[in-house]
Design a protein around this ligand. Structure first.
Ligand SMILES: Cc1ncc(COP(=O)(O)O)c(C=O)c1O
Length: 448
């Protein structure tokens, strides 16, 4: 499938993609661990440090610019998630923020209250809730997975939820095996018993549009370094929750929402990078390819061409940045689906390979292009090392999704090899990767 956007333009935005090893371009299939950043993000962070570097709320120019920047970063994330600015909280990373939110929510829980977590999740959406079991006598219930395709066991979720359930902590998508969960359905189930839903969207965020209002979740966390930005954590919280739960904070800090949730001084250069990362995503709207043969989209195609030809008028054809982002994320989703299918088909031909997760093409909209495998006779580390030596960067281990690797029975023998694609990856890269994996699979463990 031809990419639905100008892939050459996309790749040219990312200086890291020009790195070479042994005379060949490096292949970055390590996206779920952290994506590369476009030049505009690097420039924005440097610019901030040169021109605006200061603490906030001061009576001088650089501090005033910092205040404006913080506002712009909140607006950018509001456009990315489909919420209002004052529902966006920044912090060091998703894990730190989730601990902060779990402790604040925990203040209102009683011994015997229940929280549901899942075996599919990254531990950052498990351990913060489990800590409440020790501290407040909260009961933690684990929802199991269907081992055959690494999806959530829905009937187990329905069995575990009850009148004492106060919160469900669930991932939007698995960072280990790529499964996407039906968050809107989880929220509907939770609302029957009045439970809150805390969504970990860290892995999902670079792969598809997020609309927190449509999902109707109570909280949703993500991390900008997974969607082409710098290392900053983000939590969306419904306004009424941010106002009613009581964060742990120092006395002089603002009591106002959302500032009261932001401990200490923020990573201002990181926030500058966030604005640039979101603008980069919106900018892709100008580089969308005309949709072939789709009558319903023809009018839209005309708009896209006009949109592309007028560089400064990004909002004149898409009503606003949010609309451009949604359009782009849908195009990314479509492109990544074709990459997933190519990768999964190619992997099926490698002898001795086990693939964990959804494989059927008709269900591929329920997975991200993050694919976990093991090769018989080889450890995930040795395969990652052999690929790394060939300039192909993949991850090995448990990726902190430790309940999952334990459940799959691979935790004690090296975990998984994870191939993680994002929209700057190409079909040619997948071909080169598959050839390398064929070669590695044919070698004995001692010779790679
Ligand atoms: C699904 C998922 N959740 C949470 C995290 C933790 O995010 P952070 O590094 O921002 O704490 C990660 C990091 O890899 C992740 O992939």
């Amino acid at each position: 499938m031809k990419a639905p956007f100008d892939l050459e333009w996309i790749r040219a935005q990312f200086p890291a993609l020009t790195q070479e090893m042994n005379g060949q371009r490096v292949i970055f299939f390590d996206g779920p661990g952290g994506t590369q950043v476009p030049q505009v993000v690097i420039d924005a962070m440097g610019d901030y440090l040169v021109k605006s570097n200061a603490n906030f709320h001061g009576a001088f120019a650089t501090s005033a610019r910092t205040d404006e920047l913080i506002d712009s970063a909140r607006s950018a994330i509001a456009d990315f998630l489909g919420c209002d600015r004052d529902e966006v909280v920044f912090g060091a990373n998703m894990t730190t923020l989730t601990f902060a939110f779990s402790r604040a929510i925990g203040r209102q829980l009683q011994a015997g209250d229940e929280i549901i977590v899942t075996r599919l999740d990254h531990d950052a959406n498990v351990s913060p809730w489990c800590a409440l079991a020790e501290e407040r006598g909260v009961i933690i219930r684990f929802v199991d997975i269907n081992v055959t395709d690494c999806t959530l066991d829905w009937s187990d979720l329905e069995r575990q939820i009850n009148q004492r359930t106060r919160l469900i902590a669930v991932g939007y998508a698995s960072n280990a095996v790529g499964t996407i969960n039906d968050i809107a359905a989880v929220v509907r189930l939770a609302s029957k018993v009045g439970a809150l839903v805390f969504v970990d969207a860290v892995h999902y965020a670079p792969h598809g549009p997020i609309d927190v209002k449509a999902l109707n979740c109570d909280f949703l966390a993500c991390s900008a370094y997974k969607f082409f930005g710098p290392h900053v954590g983000i939590v969306y919280g419904k306004r009424q929750h941010l106002a009613s739960f009581k964060p742990y904070k120092v006395r002089p800090a603002s009591e106002q929402v959302p500032f009261c949730w932001e401990s200490g001084t923020q990573n201002h250069e990181g926030l500058a990078g966030i604005v640039a990362a979101i603008d980069y995503l919106a900018q892709i709207a100008r580089h969308l390819q005309p949709v072939e043969g789709a009558c319903a989209e023809q009018a839209d195609t005309g708009k896209q061409q006009a949109f592309r030809s007028s560089a400064k008028q990004s909002t004149s054809f898409y009503p606003n940045r949010r609309a451009a982002i949604v359009k782009v994320m849908k195009a990314i989703q479509k492109y990544e689906l074709s990459l997933s299918q190519q990768l999964i088909c190619g992997l099926a031909e490698i002898p001795g390979l086990t693939l964990y997760g959804i494989t059927q093409p008709e269900r591929s909209s329920w997975r991200t292009p993050t694919v976990a495998i093991r090769l018989a006779e080889h450890t995930p580390f040795s395969v990652a090392k052999a690929l790394g030596d060939r300039g192909i960067f993949t991850w090995h281990g448990n990726f902190y999704a430790i309940n999952l690797t334990e459940r799959l029975g691979v935790e004690t023998n090296g975990g998984l090899l994870r191939i993680g694609l994002v929209h700057y990856n190409t079909q040619q890269e997948i071909q080169r990767f598959l050839q390398a994996l064929h070669d590695i699979a044919a070698m004995s463990a001692s010779s790679i």
